[in-house]
Design a protein around this ligand. Structure first.
Ligand SMILES: Nc1ncnc2c1ncn2[C@@H]1O[C@H](COP(=O)(O)OP(=O)(O)OP(=O)(O)O)[C@@H](O)[C@H]1O
Ligand SMILES: [Mg+2]
Length: 267
């Protein structure tokens, strides 16, 4: 796996403390221009909400930051350093993790196995996995994040959507994540489960160790947990405000106004 950026120590952060800067990113899929010069930044410890209509390019942007897609143009700066993100493992080595809904959990395995999937602890000097240590740590991590599961031995397939999502987030957090990208983490969730995840995000936010970008179509949730909100429209960021300087009404109106036309140049 290519982790070339990992070897050299990161240069000191610039004074603005951006953990991530995305500048003029362009991404085309054939004749479709998904991202058309997207520019945004994420400060250390900040939670940024990314909103926009269906097809605006939100997921594409997240997939570029996570190393899944290669951009056709533009620049990505992680902790003050230009990076060429070539793969998901390489982005992960830089501390960038994405949690997709339901993705990457193995239903037939226990909670603790899932927590250490691909990063199993081994017994000293042995290829054997250290089940007891993994269980203890998984229990501690989940307890620490107040994620409620009856037992770390239970199969993930038996858990609710909210519990699964919480475990996926907990797993990302405990793999030394610096930048956590959540693409519609609450989609298709009931109120109780959504609350559980929102509480988890809020607890993470209090620690200020992890910077997050959260995509959601539910602006009330964005207003609830984010520090700042950016609106992506046809591949460009056209709105950027701190949540205290905007409102649910303004965000809703922004997206709805697109259908009325008039204020936006075509294309
Ligand atoms: N792998 C792909 N191949 C071709 N076109 C793609 C691909 N991925 C995305 N697109 C196109 O790029 C544009 C942006 O899609 P994207 O999934 O980023 O939107 P989105 O903002 O996440 O929308 P939604 O809110 O519906 O999830 C769309 O026109 C989509 O059809
Ligand atoms: Mg999407």
């Amino acid at each position: 796996m290519s982790v070339s950026q990992e070897a050299a120590p990161a240069p000191p952060l610039e004074t603005d403390e951006d953990v991530l800067r995305v500048e003029n990113i362009v991404k085309r899929f054939g004749s479709v221009v998904a991202l058309d010069g997207t520019t945004l930044h994420l400060r250390r410890g900040e939670v940024l909400g990314l909103i926009g209509d269906n097809g605006a390019g939100k997921s594409t942007l997240i997939k570029i930051i996570t190393g899944f897609h290669r951009p056709d143009g533009g620049r990505i700066v992680v902790e003050g350093r230009d990076v060429q993100l070539r793969s998901v493992p390489q982005a992960r080595a830089l501390g960038i993790e994405t949690v997709y809904q339901d993705l990457a959990l193995v239903d037939s395995l226990s909670v603790f196995h899932n927590m250490f999937l691909g990063k199993e602890l081994r017994l000293a000097g042995s290829p054997l996995v250290a089940n007891r240590s993994m269980k203890e740590r998984a229990r501690r991590y989940l307890e620490d994040m107040k994620v409620n599961v009856t037992s770390v031995d239970v199969e993930v397939g038996l858990l609710s959507g909210g519990q699964r999502q919480a475990i996926a987030i907990a797993r990302a957090v405990y793999s030394n994540v610096k930048i956590l990208l959540l693409d519609e983490p609450l989609a298709a969730m009931g109120a109780r489960e959504a609350k559980q995840i929102l509480d988890l995000i809020r607890r993470l936010k209090e620690r200020r160790e992890v910077s997050m970008i959260i995509i959601s179509h539910t602006y009330a949730q964005i207003m609830d947990v984010c520090d700042r909100v950016d609106l992506l429209r046809r591949g460009r960021i056209v709105f950027d405000k701190r949540v205290e300087d905007t409102s649910l009404e303004e965000l809703t109106e922004l997206v709805v106004s697109e259908y009325r036309g008039g204020e936006e140049p075509p294309g």
